[in-house]
Write a protein that binds this ligand. Structure first.
Ligand code: NDP
Length: 312
């Protein structure tokens, strides 16, 4: 097992990580970027990206991420496939363990491990991924103009996505497992006052159907009660909005985090509670979760790391 020594280790191959790499390599930090299990990050699970500035015709998520990657490589970033399985941030230099067994010894660390959308866990979600199943209405809603879609969830995200989709789609079902919405009052009102949103309370999705793409969902209402009822809805798109989980498991107990596990940063910087460790992108952003924001915070993280190393 070998030791890889670097001034700046970047964990995560999404927009935040690659942008941090572009800036860090141009600042002569010779960064090492570990791409993680899903190189390209969440954007590789979306189809067309139409809201990232600089792509007037849109671009596919994987294509855009490949271009980010090439740009980071162009300036000399050492990009490696692999997963960090453990981190010791208790003293400097920091030590990161790769799944290969190798150890990275780093003077600074930029965490850009992102967040993962939660799914219901139905096999059909995998089957129709990108073929009608999405976890991002802002990314994919445009493809459902004048179609019928469903959003799962009863929180602010679900309500926001339902309202957003209602301006594009013909009809929006909001599938809520409880008899009420958890969202803020203002969001609840917006949903209930939108004519083409139909709320299905006490409902859960049992499965999806369709030949090649999603054509409908099997719903159960009041499951496990005498009123239990099964029915199908015809839909073209199925949007999950049941929350996100930040990918911060290996840093628990080592960095300050909020209740949901998002890494706390000294905003507007990307400094975490451990000097020399920075966080960028969705891993520290429970609110905006957009690639352009992730990229911007990746830039800030690299600049913060550069400043830290200069002052060191
Ligand atoms: P939340 O955790 O607030 O809501 C998740 C929703 O998904 C809940 O209604 C929950 O149901 C439902 N859910 C969870 N698991 C399942 C499941 N297995 N099956 C069916 N339904 C499920 O997540 P959000 O992403 O909505 O919000 C996260 C945070 O971000 C919140 O604090 C929110 O207020 C904030 N936010 C703020 C916005 C704004 O201010 N504009 C916009 C978006 C988010 P149940 O209620 O039964 O638990």
């Amino acid at each position: 097992m070998s030791e890889i020594i670097t001034r700046c280790a970047i964990i995560g191959g999404g927009p935040a990580g690659y942008t941090a790499a572009i800036y860090a390599s141009r600042a002569n930090l010779s960064p090492l970027l570990i791409e993680g299990m899903q190189p390209g990050g969440q954007l590789t699970t979306t189809t067309e990206v139409e809201n990232f500035p600089g792509y007037p015709q849109g671009v596919s998520g994987p294509q855009m991420m490949e271009e980010f990657r090439l740009q980071a490589q162009r300036f000399g970033t050492d990009i490696r496939l692999g997963v960090i399985t453990a981190a010791d941030l208790s003293q400097r230099p920091f030590r990161l363990t790769l799944d290969s067994g190798d150890t990275i010894v780093a003077d600074s660390v930029i965490i850009a491990t992102g967040a993962s959308a939660r799914y219901l866990g139905l096999p059909d979600e995998q089957k129709y991924m990108g073929m009608g199943v999405s976890a991002c209405a802002t990314c994919d809603g445009f493809f459902y103009r004048n179609r019928t879609v469903a959003v799962v969830g009863g929180g602010d995200t679900a309500c926001e996505e339902a309202v957003y989709l209602s301006s594009l789609a013909k009809e929006v079902y909001l599938i809520v497992r409880k008899p009420f919405l958890r969202a803020s009052k203002v969001m609840q009102r917006r949903v209930t006052e939108t004519a083409n949103i139909k709320i299905l309370y006490n409902c859960n999705t049992k499965g999806l159907f369709g030949e090649d793409v999603v054509e409908g969902a099997h719903i159960v209402e009041n499951a496990g009660t005498p009123e239990e009822k099964h029915f199908d809805i015809a839909i073209d798109g199925f949007f999950l909005a049941i929350g996100h989980t930040p990918n911060t498991g290996i840093f628990k107990g080592q960095l300050d985090m909020n209740n949901e596990g998002y890494i706390a940063v000294e905003s507007p910087t990307t400094r975490t509670s451990v000097p020399g460790v920075f966080a960028a992108g969705d891993v520290s952003d429970p609110i905006y979760r957009q690639a352009v924001n992730a990229a911007a915070s990746g830039c800030r993280a690299a600049m913060d790391a550069e400043r830290f190393l200069l002052e060191d």
